[in-house]
Design a protein around this ligand. Structure first.
Ligand SMILES: Nc1ncnc2c1ncn2[C@@H]1O[C@H](COP(=O)(O)OP(=O)(O)OP(=O)(O)O)[C@@H](O)[C@H]1O
Ligand SMILES: [Mg+2]
Length: 353
C-alpha cells in the first residue's frame, strides 16, 4: 500500500513536533524515519497509526483519505520499543490475540498464528510465556502479532533499542527478511544512522519536526541535501573545514593555503563556507599539494585511519597501512571529486555543481 502525507503537522502547545511535512511513500518499501531525539519520529508514526490526531494536513493510504479514521479502521500493525506482549499469555495466545478480537474462528486463528510464528522463526516456543524468552525472541513474537492481522502498513518504533549490539544486527536483518517476504509497506523508526542505512530502501531524515531529506538510502550519503544530512549520515563523520571562499578556492580558518578541489561550484567571493569531505575522498598521491600535519592515526586492517590537522580543523582520511607515518609528520593530501561537498556556513545549504 502506498502512503502519502500532505502538509502534515502536529503541534503540542508551543512545540511543533511535525512541521508541514509532504511526502509520498512507495508501496512495499521499508522506510526509515531517522533523526535525533525529539525530532518528531514517534509523533509521525503515531499519526500514521491513528493513535494521535493530526493538527493540520492529511494522510492517504493509496488514494483514500484516512486522516480521521480511528486506529482499528486503518489496518496497521504496530510494534513498540518495549514489545508490550501480554505476560500471562503464551506465545501462541499472544499472536492469536488480534485475530480473537476480530472474531476469527479458533482453528483458523491458530493456523494463521503458526504460519507467522514460522515466518519469524519462533515456532519452537509457542507454549512459552514471554518472560521465558530472550529479548530478540520476544521482539519476533511482537512482529508476528503485528503481522498476523495482515496489516496494510507495519509501523516499528525503535524495535531494537532494548537489544545488545550483536542481537541488534541479527534482528535488523531478520526484520528486513520478514518485510521482504511479507511485502508490507513498513516504517522503521530509529535514531541510529548506521541501522537506518543497513535496513532501509528509503530514509526520511528529520530535525526539529522538519524533513531534511527524503530519498533512496544511498543518496543521503552520496548526495546530502544540506550540511545537517552530510553530518548525520556516515561513519566516520564527514570532515568539515570552515573558511572563506576566495580566488576560486577555500581558505580554511587558521591556515594560509587556498584549497582547490575538482568540483566546480559557483560561489560569491568572500562567502563563509564549509568544505565537507568523506574520509575516503581524501587522497595521498605524489602530486597532492595540500599541506597537513599528522595528529593521530589508528590501524584498521589494510588501511590506516589518519587524523590530520589543517588550520583550526581536523580531517580524517584512509592511507595505505604499508606507508610509514608518525605523529607530527607533514603529509600532503588531495581531494577526489566524489564525496566532496560545499555548504553555506550559516544556512547549511548546499552549493551544487
Ligand atoms: N504528548 C506530548 N505533549 C507535549 N509534547 C510532546 C508530546 N509528545 C511529544 N512531544 C514533543 O514533540 C517533539 C517530538 O517528540 P517525538 O516523541 O515525536 O520525538 P522522537 O523523534 O520520537 O524522539 P526519540 O528519539 O527521543 O523517541 C519533542 O519535542 C517532544 O517533547
Ligand atoms: Mg520516539
Amino acid at each position: 500500500m502506498r502512503v502519502k502525507v500532505q502538509n502534515l503537522t502536529k503541534r503540542f502547545g508551543e512545540v511543533t513536533a511535525v512541521d508541514n511535512l509532504t511526502a509520498e511513500f512507495e508501496s512495499g518499501k521499508l522506510i526509515a524515519l531517522l533523526g535525533p531525539s525529539g525530532c518528531g519520529k514517534t509523533t509521525m508514526l503515531n499519526m500514521l497509526s491513528g493513535i494521535l490526531p493530526v493538527t493540520e494536513g492529511q494522510i492517504f493510504f493509496d488514494d483514500k483519505d484516512v486522516t480521521d479514521l480511528t486506529p482499528d479502521k486503518r489496518e496497521v500493525g504496530l510494534v513498540f520499543q518495549n514489545y508490550a506482549l501480554y505476560p500471562h499469555m503464551t506465545v501462541l495466545e499472544n499472536i492469536c490475540f488480534p485475530l480473537k478480537i476480530k472474531k476469527v474462528p479458533k482453528a483458523e486463528r491458530i493456523e494463521k498464528a503458526k504460519e507467522f510464528a514460522k515466518m519469524v522463526h519462533i515456532e519452537e516456543y509457542l507454549n512459552r510465556k514471554p518472560k521465558e524468552l530472550s529479548g530478540g525472541q520476544q521482539q519476533r513474537v511482537a512482529i508476528a502479532r503485528a503481522l498476523v492481522k495482515n496489516p496494510k502498513l507495519l509501523l516499528l518504533d525503535e524495535p531494537l533499542s532494548n537489544l545488545d549490539a550483536k542481537l541488534r544486527v541479527e534482528m535488523r536483518e531478520e526484520i528486513r527478511r520478514i518485510q521482504r517476504e511479507s511485502g508490507v509497506t513498513t516504517f522503521f523508526v530509529t535514531h541510529d544512522q548506521e541501522e537506518a542505512s543497513a535496513i532501509s530502501d528509503y530514509i526520511m531524515l528529520m530535525k526539529l519536526g522538519e524533513m531534511q531529506q527524503f530519498d533512496k538510502t544511498r543518496n543521503l550519503y552520496n548526495q546530502p541535501a544540506n550540511l545537517f544530512v552530510a553530518d548525520f549520515i556516515g561513519s566516520p563523520t564527514i570532515n568539515q573545514l570552515h573558511g572563506i571562499y576566495t580566488e576560486g578556492g577555500i581558505k580554511v580558518d587558521g591556515d594560509n593555503q587556498i584549497i582547490k578541489t575538482n568540483n566546480k561550484w559557483q560561489v560569491e567571493e568572500g562567502s563563509r563556507v564549509v568544505l565537507a569531505s568523506r574520509a575516503e575522498a581524501i587522497t595521498f598521491n605524489d602530486k597532492d599539494d595540500i599541506k597537513t600535519k599528522v595528529v593521530e592515526y589508528y590501524l584498521s586492517g589494510k588501511d590506516t585511519l589518519v587524523n590530520l590537522k589543517i588550520g583550526s580543523y581536523n580531517l580524517r582520511g584512509y592511507i595505505d597501512a604499508t606507508k610509514a607515518i608518525k605523529i607530527g609528520d607533514n603529509l600532503n593530501i588531495g581531494f577526489k571529486k566524489e564525496g566532496v561537498f560545499l555548504f553555506d556556513e550559516l544556512t547549511g545549504e548546499r552549493y551544487y555543481e
